[in-house]
Design a protein around this ligand. Structure first.
Ligand SMILES: Cc1cc2nc3c(=O)[nH]c(=O)nc-3n(C[C@H](O)[C@H](O)[C@H](O)COP(=O)(O)OP(=O)(O)OC[C@H]3O[C@@H](n4cnc5c(N)ncnc54)[C@H](O)[C@@H]3O)c2cc1C
Length: 587
């Protein structure tokens, strides 16, 4: 097959908040930038972020970046790298003001300043009273952010390839990254995009769980591409289960509801979080609330005929607050739970939401992996930001509204780094003759496979396995079985068949290609979870209920080619301030 080749300075895969923040900086610097996206840019998952973006502006309660840093380190259960966390929190206020100046329509306080609401895990004075740190545009903050960035990119002449799917990373013999192969989803045409710098911003992979809050496109493609190209995946055992997904549907009800004063009750009408987190109550960290809910259900205090969910009550806030601050939430509750929160509580359960792990990077967005000579080196030409990257600022558990912050801080930082790196490496490196072979091989297999299994059936088996064997609480026997089961599913992924071989708008082919990526994410998650014999943040093991800093204060690296695990130390030393040493975490 003759393949079209195009050359750019920078190719970005992903047009969510992270990809578009980076693209904007690069286009404004005069570089030729291509941004690929499976969907129209403003439909990326960032659009559904509801609650807000964290920054210690201090508009409502006194605040500063050092307190924000402490909360983030504690929230991460001390697995976050403190240099990166300091970097993010120090830049938070600046990037939010920058967004304001780009025209992002934040809500306002009476005095005209940006509106802020409290979120879980936010404190004043290193663990004191609740802080109010999340800047919001009603309950549609991600929508406002993404549209603002898209419009700025259009005016900066960023070139978008809409409904183009990145297939595989191109590396040369030394392992340097030279670009990607991609497929136009409408026509099935394959193209090779050559770049001096390749940036992944492909978002999360929550679709590997049966019940999740993620968009259909969140299939972990960047992780799949990186894993197939020999890059390890970091900390994949850590998945955040959001306390409040709508029961039976998975659609997210933002933590903003609890930030505005809503709370959870069990079948006896008891506000049970008071027992689990006497101080922070419903605004304890997400892992804490999700576990408390799971225990309530397990011990028979769940609601409904099946006692299988809990209720989120907010009628006491009054219709005015609900209509002005939480209009999108009300709509979702009415549509998906047939409950108008002005009168009725919303039925909720913990639901897979956010991937703390990902492609290992430093806080300049450079991918760091075993490479030419050492165990940890910057991979020339390769960058990753946003949910697909593991910087790691979220460690074992992310605090609400810290992700949107991560996107803009590291999106901008990676772009700045690329600009510097291209001064040193100003030319395209020659493409190897086999640059597209891996992708063409995958497509040819789908073309030629007969008597294979249906893609949807295998995807379903993968999601069920993850849900059953790797949920909120993890058990030794289920993890051991889970590893065997997910490996068996992975075998089946290599034998799927698509009946319709036509190229035009072939969603079956796209789902098969996505499943290749979901497989990488799922296997990495299960194997890493089985290996980590402690409980930390979102990884809660029944057989090892305590955190074990002596043995496990370290990051996991999973290598796809031989399912090998390796580990690297947590960077406990911040950039300028004293380290926050690990302490027992209570809320
Ligand atoms: C329902 C919901 C609510 C949330 N609310 C908040 C909140 O209030 N505050 C907060 O901080 N965080 C929130 N989060 C988390 C946060 O929104 C996400 O972590 C973040 O938006 C991810 O942004 P991103 O730029 O990394 O990726 P995304 O916005 O997910 O974008 C990924 C992009 O990659 C593209 N892509 C993927 N694969 C390919 C491929 N193979 N080829 C081409 N393109 C590809 C997609 O088309 C898309 O453009 C929420 C998440 C969810 C799911």
């Amino acid at each position: 097959m003759a393949i079209v080749k195009r050359k750019f300075d920078v190719v970005i895969v992903g047009a969510g908040g992270a990809g578009m923040r980076a693209a904007l900086r690069l286009s404004e610097a005069g570089l030729k930038v291509a941004v690929l996206s499976k969907v129209f840019p403003t439909r990326s998952h960032t659009v559904s972020a509801q609650g807000g973006i964290a920054a210690p502006l201090g508009n409502v309660t006194e605040d500063n970046w050092h307190w924000h840093m402490y909360d983030t380190v504690k929230g991460s259960d001390y697995l976050g790298d403190q240099d990166a966390i300091e970097f993010m929190c120090r830049h938070a206020s600046e990037v939010v003001y920058e967004l304001e100046h780009f025209g992002m329509p934040f809500d306002r306080l009476e005095n005209g300043k940006i509106y802020q609401r409290p979120f879980g895990g936010q404190s004043q004075n290193f663990g004191g009273a609740q802080a109010t740190r999340s800047c919001a545009a009603a309950d549609r903050t991600g929508h406002a952010l993404l549209h603002t960035l898209y419009q700025r990119n259009v005016s900066a002449n960023t070139q978008f390839f809409v409904e183009w799917m990145g297939l595989d990373l191109i590396r040369d013999e030394q392992g340097d990254v030279l670009g990607v192969t991609a497929m136009e989803m409408e026509t099935g045409e394959v193209m090779l995009l050559q770049a001096k710098a390749t940036l992944f911003a492909t978002g999360g992979g929550g679709r590997i769980f049966q019940a999740n809050t993620n968009a259909l496109i969140n299939t972990g493609d960047g992780l799949g591409m990186a894993a197939r190209a020999g890059i390890p995946l970091e900390d994949m055992e850590f998945w955040q289960f959001h306390p409040t997904g709508i029961h039976g549907v998975g659609v997210l009800i933002s933590e903003a509801v609890r930030g505005e004063g809503g709370y959870l009750i069990n079948k006896d009408g008891e506000r049970f979080m008071e027992r689990y987190a006497p101080n922070a109550k419903d605004l304890a960290s997400r892992d804490v609330v999700a576990r408390a809910m799971t225990i309530e259900i397990k011990e028979g205090r769940g609601c409904g005929d099946e006692l299988d969910h809990l209720l989120l009550k907010l009628d006491h806030l009054g219709s005015e607050i609900i209509k002005s601050r939480l209009p999108g939430i009300r709509e979702l509750a009415m549509k998906f739970a047939h409950a108008d929160p002005i009168h009725d509580p919303i039925p909720v359960v913990p639901t897979a939401h956010y991937m703390m792990g990902g492609i290992p990077t430093n806080y300049y967005g450079q991918v760091v992996a075993p490479y030419k000579t050492g165990p940890e080196e910057v991979v020339t030409g390769f960058y990753a930001v946003g949910e697909c990257a593991c910087v790691s600022v979220h460690g074992a558990n992310r605090l609400g509204t810290n992700s949107l912050l991560d996107l803009v801080v590291f999106g901008r930082a990676a772009a700045n780094q690329i600009i510097e790196d291209l001064k040193i490496n100003p030319h395209h490196k020659p493409l190897p003759a086999d640059a597209a072979d891996k992708s063409l091989g995958r497509l040819a297999r789908l073309e030629n496979q007969t008597d294979g299994e249906n893609v949807a059936q295998v995807t379903d088996a993968l999601c069920k396995t993850m849900q059953t064997y790797c949920g909120v609480f993890r058990f030794e026997d289920t993890l051991l079985q889970g590893v065997e089961k997910i490996k068996a599913v992975a075998e089946r992924v290599g034998r799927t068949e698509i009946k319709d071989k036509s190229r035009v708008f072939n969603t079956a082919r796209i789902e098969a290609l996505e499943l290749d990526n979901m497989k990488e994410v799922a296997v990495a998650t299960m194997v890493s979870a089985e290996a980590r014999r402690e409980s930390r943040g979102a990884h809660a093991r029944d057989d090892f209920p305590e955190r074990d800093d002596d043995n496990w204060l370290r990051h996991t690296l999973f290598f796809s080619e031989d399912h090998r695990l390796d580990y690297k130390p947590v960077r406990l030393k911040p950039l300028t301030v004293d380290s926050f040493p690990p302490k027992k975490r209570t809320y």
